[in-house]
Ligand binder design. Structure first.
Ligand code: PLP
Length: 447
């Protein structure tokens, strides 16, 4: 390993320097990437020197998602303490299913879940770390399905079960409905208000209609931070409806659920303790490497019922509280906990709060910039880290593609009610005021 580690250190040092001097790599066309970078295989292996060259080439041509000019998705930057945790997880290479092989690593995941339950307000909750936010939502949906009809796990679905999510919620819900055997056609897409929040009155109307038709409503997916606008559904209002019709309320906080760490912004998820399950992605707002998702539920028993299975060849020591495989979707499972723990331990709850608050501060700065410059039209609302705007009326799709192809800036576009716009996401908490100004400068120069 020693020589590979030396190579690793040298290569990473080079990459970090390059990220500073050249924050955006020129994109390689998909038609030539395999040939240009020699990505294919041959029967014979490679000389060490050639192998290093080919690895270095692939690394240096990879889009730089941690640089100060990457605003393209709902992650960015690099929290060094979290990176070290993830590198250690690779070196340790535990599988998270049992205490016997994971030891303290299972304790670390358990500590994260306990503290998350406490912050959410689930007094006797439990949870797991699924492979991403989409899978967290899947697990929420499966628990809801089984809670409504306990026979499904054995007999399969026999009724028409209906579920509810807003028009602007994440696309994992239709996929998950298909995976869970509930079916995409049984999703009701609920209207939004003008700021992108689910309309509770329309939700109730749809539920009543389904009941009148003899269907079985079972699940409402609320969003804490919608993918495009960053809007927060009114959890209390949705919980009222769910309570009345006895539906499971899941809160998809993949994007902005980490506001639970902030005194200033946790009001955006007020009523959280009334939900049945909740998830957030630490690899979004908290800036850990991909992926680190936390799913918690108030119903400990349901998590076990929906996801456990007997396996004598695996569970051999009876450490049930730390045999995390009992409540996970996979068997062998990578350690997504350590990177969040190394960061969280280092900065404490207050440090995570600072990370979250800083992103709202940056978004406020960006909104202010748009408001003060007549070339910009703003489409975004306060209390959101998605800043949506157009510049000089330029088609946002063309603008973003041009900025990317010219190697100026990586930023994406979105849409709400037929209006398309550029979406600047201020999720990289290692950025400051300067980087936000630089974003606008790069955009204006490249436009
Ligand atoms: C990102 C996101 C997801 C999906 O999370 P992955 O980890 O990418 O699977 C789900 N819901 C919302 C609102 C998101 O922003």
């Amino acid at each position: 390993m020693q020589s590979e580690l030396k190579f690793f250190n040298e290569l990473v040092t080079k990459l970090l320097e390059k990220e500073r001097s050249e924050p955006v790599v020129e994109p390689l066309p998909t038609s030539s990437v395999i040939a240009d970078l020699d990505l294919g295989f041959s029967d014979e292996g490679m000389l060490e020197e050639d192998w290093q060259k080919v690895v270095e080439n692939a690394v240096m041509h990879t889009p730089r998602t941690a640089s100060k000019l990457f605003f393209n998705q709902l992650f960015g930057g690099r929290q060094p303490k979290a990176v070290i945790g993830d590198l250690l997880a690779v070196i340790l290479n535990n599988s998270m299913y049992t205490y016997k092989v994971a030891g303290p690593q299972a304790g670390i995941e358990t500590a994260i879940i306990k503290e998350t339950c406490k912050l959410v307000g689930y007094t006797d909750g439990d949870g797991t770390m699924p492979p991403g936010g989409s899978m967290s939502n899947y697990m929420g949906l499966v628990m809801a399905r089984d809670a409504k009809d306990n026979t499904v796990r054995y007999a399969g679905i026999t009724k028409r079960m209906t579920l509810y999510t807003s028009n602007t919620s994440h696309y994992s819900t239709p996929k998950n409905a298909a995976f869970a055997g509930v079916g995409r056609d049984n999703i009701r897409y609920i209207n939004n208000d003008d700021e992108g929040r689910m309309n509770p009155a329309h939700l109730e109307e749809c539920i009543q209609k389904d009941i009148a038709q003899g269907h079985t409503p079972f699940y409402v997916n609320a969003t804490a931070g919608t993918t495009v606008l960053g809007a927060f559904d009114d959890i209390n209002a949705l919980a009222d409806v769910c309570q009345k019709y006895r539906l499971w309320l899941h809160v998809d906080g993949a994007y902005c659920g980490a506001v639970i760490f902030s005194e200033k912004y946790k009001h955006l998820t007020a009523g959280m303790e009334r939900s049945d399950s909740f998830s957030f992605n630490a690899h979004k707002m908290l800036g850990t490497p991909l992926s680190s998702s936390v799913l918690v539920t108030k119903h400990k028993d349901q998590l076990v019922k929906s996801f456990s299975n007997e396996a004598d060849y695996l569970y051999q020591t009876g450490d049930e509280d730390f045999d995390l495989g009992i409540t996970s979707i996979q068997c062998g499972r990578r350690n997504d906990a350590l990177k969040l723990w190394t960061l969280w331990k280092s900065v404490g709850n207050k440090g995570l709060e600072k990370i979250v608050d800083h992103q709202f501060y940056l978004a406020d700065l960006a909104r202010e910039y748009c408001e003060n410059h007549p070339d910009y039209t703003l489409y975004s609302f306060p209390d959101s880290v998605s800043v949506c705007f157009n510049y000089k009326g330029i088609d946002p799709k063309h603008l973003c593609t041009k900025l990317y192809e010219d190697g100026n800036l990586m930023v994406g576009y979105g849409k709400f009610r037929e209006q398309e716009f550029v979406r600047l996401v201020t999720i990289n908490a290692t950025n400051g005021k300067e980087e936000i100004e630089q974003f606008f400068k790069a955009l204006e120069l490249g436009a």
